[in-house]
Design a protein around this ligand. Structure first.
Ligand SMILES: [Zn+2]
Length: 475
């Protein structure tokens, strides 16, 4: 049986809390001058010659954002054998901020290989593990959910069943080597059957990921926590006719054909990142291409990927991306740090928008606009959310959170930045009135009721609940 559910979206759906954080900030704290603002308006005018009526009034912004946040998705509701199994598991554990401990092991490099298939997908991971303290004898506990373990090797030697412990949520190595070592794990997953839409899933013919907050553990066994930051490579293999586009984080190093109609792409992200920023997209998509020259003269390729029929509606999104890149350089001194920036917009991405390093994924509603159907508020909302996810490149991605209790730090700072951006692009006063109006209409009632909670809670049971709590007014 299929049911239609309304799912929340993340994107800037956290902004109520962020707005609260920001409410005490002085709006001129980043030192804009009138000259700066007119400079952006000029930039804007130059960039939008193909669009009409380009001002960004915000009077109906909440309505436009709410539309974006009410995403409809279909999920199976029939009870599967696995769900029955899960009901026998321990009751959920409350996670306390005060219990935070540094990890015993860090991961230095992570090399992933995905062989995408119609029945199953094979994921090979090769991880360089470094003990935090030399000579550490603690067990290494990896998170993992809905995974089939195929093999596990330590320093190229295959482990026997007695060498590790596997349960429904963890893979534990009771006595790993005391120094630096290599861990190779092969898992089998079924993205086609993944209706949680976390981890790697297949929808409308495309493979897509969502790893924030704890989706990566549905891809492979890993220390799925944001303070584990590693350099990643990712090789993707798939049938070329079905999945001509293979995307992941970082720069595209190599691509080519394989036997049996398959092809591959090899991606390398030179910067350390937590696994919640990992992303993979494979499918039939087309791109709008452009370039951005950074202030130091580097050429960055920009691509917005959508199903072919949506491509004409990405003009404003591309404009918004270029405006955000320039604004972040000029106002915050932050230059983009890779050769390539990809945005994917697909109709069934359930989180609204996600800032995966150099591969932002959006629900189409937050990217597509055409002069025939979009309102000024729609244009303003797209500008804001494209900017928001782009700005995370530095506030959230390169500088990330220690644990999920710090979520509001990265979101608060990035919402502040996107508000400043939207203010410079349009009317600062109107934008501020719109934001304060949202606070008064949605956040204040929540804080006056039983759903009130601190911006940084002392505990949570599910990270997901914490995320939802922060975005309650958008549900
Ligand atoms: Zn955000």
């Amino acid at each position: 049986m299929m049911a239609r559910l309304i799912l929340p979206c993340k994107g800037s759906g956290l902004s109520n809390t962020c707005l609260l954080l920001q409410a005490t900030c002085r709006v001129n704290s980043v030192g804009h001058s009138v000259k700066n603002i007119s400079c952006y308006r000029q930039f804007l005018n130059l960039e939008v010659t193909c669009q009409r009526n380009y001002r960004f009034p915000y009077p109906s912004l909440p309505r436009a954002k709410q539309i974006g946040r009410r995403l409809i998705s279909s999920v199976a509701t029939e009870t599967s054998p696995k769900q029955v199994e899960e009901s026998k598991m321990d009751t959920p554990k409350e996670i306390f901020l005060k219990d935070y401990k540094l990890p015993d092991y860090y991961f230095d490099t992570v090399d992933l290989k995905f062989s995408l298939g119609e029945e199953k997908t094979i994921v090979c991971s090769k991880i360089t593990v470094v003990p935090r303290v030399e000579g550490c004898s603690s067990p290494l506990v990896l998170d993992g959910q809905d995974l089939k373990l195929v093999s596990i090797k330590v320093n190229s030697k295959e482990l026997k069943e007695d060498d590790f412990h596997l349960d429904l949520r963890h893979l534990t190595l009771p006595s790993p080597p005391s120094g630096k070592f290599t861990l190779e794990i092969v898992t089998e997953i079924c993205p086609q059957k993944n209706t949680s839409l976390e981890g790697l899933y297949k929808s409308s013919g495309n493979f897509c990921t969502q790893c924030e907050a704890e989706g990566f553990r549905k891809i492979t066994f890993y220390q799925d926590r944001p303070d584990i930051m590693a350099k990643y490579t990712c090789r993707i293999e798939a049938v070329k006719s079905l999945y001509p586009v293979l995307l992941s984080n970082g720069n595209l190093i190599e691509q080519g054909d394989l036997e049996d109609g398959r092809h591959y792409a090899f991606w390398e992200d030179p910067f350390k990142k937590p696994c919640y920023l990992f992303a993979l997209v494979a499918g039939q998509l087309e791109s709008r291409d452009d370039i951005f020259i950074t202030r130091s003269g580097r050429k960055v390729s920009l691509r917005i990927w959508t199903p072919a029929q949506d491509l004409p509606k990405t003009v404003h999104a591309m404009y918004s991306l270029k405006a955000a890149m320039k604004w972040d350089e000029d106002v915050f001194g932050l230059e983009y740090d890779l050769d390539l920036f990809n945005i994917v917009a697909v109709p069934d991405f359930n989180m609204g928008a996600m800032e995966n390093k150099s591969l932002n994924i959006f629900n189409s509603k937050l990217v597509l606009a055409s002069p025939e159907t979009a309102t000024d508020a729609d244009y303003a909302a797209i500008l804001g959310v494209i900017g928001h996810e782009y700005f995370h490149n530095w506030t959230g991605n390169r500088v990330t959170c220690r644990d999920w209790f710090q979520l509001s730090l990265k979101e608060g700072l990035t919402v502040f930045r996107d508000q400043e951006f939207s203010s410079d692009m349009g009317s600062r006063a109107v934008k501020r009135i719109s934001d304060v109006s949202k606070l008064r209409n949605y956040q204040f009632p929540q804080d006056a009721g039983p759903m009130a909670h601190p911006v940084r809670p002392h505990s949570y049971i599910k990270v997901w609940n914490h995320l939802l709590c922060l975005g309650t007014f958008f549900l």
